[in-house]
Design a protein. Structure first.
Length: 76
């Protein structure tokens, strides 16, 4: 599975953290969650942490799911 990339976060003076993915909003964290996120991002791989916190990461089953009969309705 490829490593997550394209995430950025901005910490604001009021403690809010805004996370973007390729320039699009992916999540906003406030209060204790924002503090916990900042601590985790500083101590590990920030890209992986942001992907996990936003839920914007691949589960490596997308190709299999695309080919499942239930998901093939529009394609022949």
């Amino acid at each position: 599975m490829p490593r997550p990339h394209g995430f950025r976060y901005v910490s604001h003076a009021d403690g809010t953290v805004e996370i973007t993915h390729h320039g699009r909003p992916a999540g906003t964290l406030r209060g204790a969650r924002a503090e916990k996120f900042r601590a985790e991002a500083a101590s590990g791989d920030a890209q992986l942490v942001m992907a996990r916190w936003t839920g914007a990461y691949k589960h490596s089953n997308e190709r299999a799911a695309r080919d499942h009969p239930r998901n093939r309705s529009g394609r022949r």
